[in-house]
Ligand binder design. Structure first.
Ligand code: CMC
Length: 435
């Protein structure tokens, strides 16, 4: 634990003469945290924090978010600078290793990822075990979990070399796994990776190429995809990342841990919101219907929410949303989509919501998902693939957080406590004596 102790907080137990002074640990940014590790031992009490909204579950040096100011930093670098200037592979190196690579380090890392893009041929058969109409998140969760049975050369998680190769394999194979889930659903042949291509380019190639025709990629779309991957690469201790850490705290195989993260990401409250934005825009239909829709959103009894607005942590404009908005315009222009009714609707909706007191007073601003669905739809991704794409990007964050946890000497198995409200001890009654 490297957080500096500076200050303290004292808890006294009402009705007793017991009290305990807890050290306050200060990170490099963010609020101090009370170190409660001695609380139960000294006062015999636990803390209650469903959803862990007030609990720092670990020490981390990877990602920092200031939700009030709308700041997102990867290893200290603002997301805006990374999205503008860095490639996703550079960002992956940064998240995993802590610093930006020099040219030689980047070239070596890039080569390392490219070398591992193919899947074991035996893994192809796993796809055939799924129905063609299976949700691609179910497919990738199964296939990534299955990877844990393929790499017996690197099963020792205490070995840094084994951890490194597992990270390469995961980052490199995710686009192939995701693209093949899509190909399987559409009935098209699997397209093998082409390691001449960059990471995002290769992913778009495996998604869109068919053996019958030459494939012509677009640098603008590849750059947009690369940027989308960067924006989703990590987001500190969210539900799926915490799932990966919790699974990993037992010493489980890293591929199995990432499969657990994929399962957690799948839920609509986490990874599925951009799909919901598109559905909402479709339901509103046109700009003239916006006032009625906004009135419905503001009606407490309607249960209608403005999807793509609001965030558990950001109480300001999500910094990723601004970049997404710009990327959206670039993609539509590249694709020759001059007037996209969904985009027009989104822009107008955003304008109205940002001026409306209901949203302003509740600090509800556009989040990363407000524009990403429009971009992905324009690029030809079916909505069922949106969360899969999120998983491809987040894999680097998950594996970086897993690696940090394994390398943390204060790491213990994750084992939350509970507030038990069930029956007190009672005794078994034979069935004939039960009324
Ligand atoms: N539309 C209308 N009202 C909203 C919305 C919204 N999108 N979000 C929050 N509110 C209202 C809510 O009704 C409440 O009002 P009141 O105080 O009058 O009861 C107030 O704002 C606070 O809401 P909350 O539910 O306590 O806020 P939260 O921080 O728990 O919720 C959220 C965060 C993301 C679940 C929520 O804002 C939401 O449902 N947004 C729409 C779904 C969405 O876009 N999700 C993507 C999140 S970004 C993806 C990611 O990073 O994983």
């Amino acid at each position: 634990m490297s957080g500096m102790a500076n200050g303290s907080v004292t808890i006294s137990l009402d009705g007793t003469n017991k009290s305990l002074t807890l050290p306050l640990l200060n990170g490099s940014l963010g609020p101090p945290v009370a170190d409660i590790r001695k609380l139960y031992g000294n006062l015999g009490i636990f803390t209650y924090d469903p959803g862990y909204g007030e609990t720092a579950s670990c020490e981390s040096k990877i990602t920092y978010i200031d939700g009030d100011l709308g700041i997102l930093l990867y290893r200290g670098y603002p997301i805006e600078e990374l999205a503008e200037h860095a490639s996703f592979i550079e960002v992956a190196y940064l998240l995993l290793n802590g610093d930006l690579p020099n040219p030689a380090e980047l070239a070596e890392f890039d080569q390392g990822v490219r070398r591992h893009t193919m899947l074991h041929e035996q893994l192809r058969r796993f796809y055939e075990g799924f129905r063609r109409d299976a949700h691609p998140m179910a497919v990738i969760c199964g296939v990534v979990g299955a990877l844990s049975a393929f790499y017996h050369d690197s099963l020792d998680i205490t070995n840094p070399g084994h951890r490194r190769i597992s990270a390469f394999r995961l980052i490199a194979k995710m686009p192939t796994i995701a693209a093949w889930a899509y190909k399987y659903a559409t009935g098209q042949p699997f397209v093998y990776p082409n390691n001449e291509l960059g990471y995002a380019e290769n992913f778009l190639y495996m998604m869109n190429a068919v053996p019958a025709e030459p494939f012509k990629g677009s640098p603008v779309l590849a750059r947009a995809m690369d940027r989308i991957l960067t924006l989703h690469a990590d987001h500190e201790q969210n539900a799926s990342t915490s799932t990966v850490r919790l699974a990993g705290s037992t010493g489980a195989n890293p591929f199995a841990c990432i499969a657990a993260g994929i399962a957690s990401l799948w839920g609509p409250a986490h990874g599925g919101a951009n799909e919901a934005v598109l559905r909402m825009l479709g339901e509103i239909g046109n700009v003239t219907a916006i006032p009625d829709f906004i009135a419905k959103v503001k009606d407490r009894h309607s249960n209608v929410r403005l999807m793509g607005f609001g965030h558990r942590v950001y109480k300001n404009y999500d910094p990723r949303a601004k970049i997404m908005q710009r990327t959206c315009h670039e993609v539509l222009e590249e694709l020759g989509i001059k007037d996209d009714p969904l985009l027009d609707l989104a822009v107008e909706l955003e304008k109205i919501a940002l001026e409306d007191d209901y949203f302003v007073s509740r600090k509800l601003y556009p989040n990363v998902d407000f524009y990403s669905g429009i971009i992905l739809k324009a690029m030809g991704f079916p909505t069922s693939m949106f969360t899969v794409l999120f998983a491809v990007a987040r894999t680097v964050g998950w594996i970086s957080q897993w690696k940090e946890m394994i390398e943390d000497p204060s790491q213990r198995i994750g084992r939350p406590r509970q507030l038990y409200t069930g029956s007190v001890e009672r005794h078994y009654l034979p069935i004939e004596k039960r009324g």
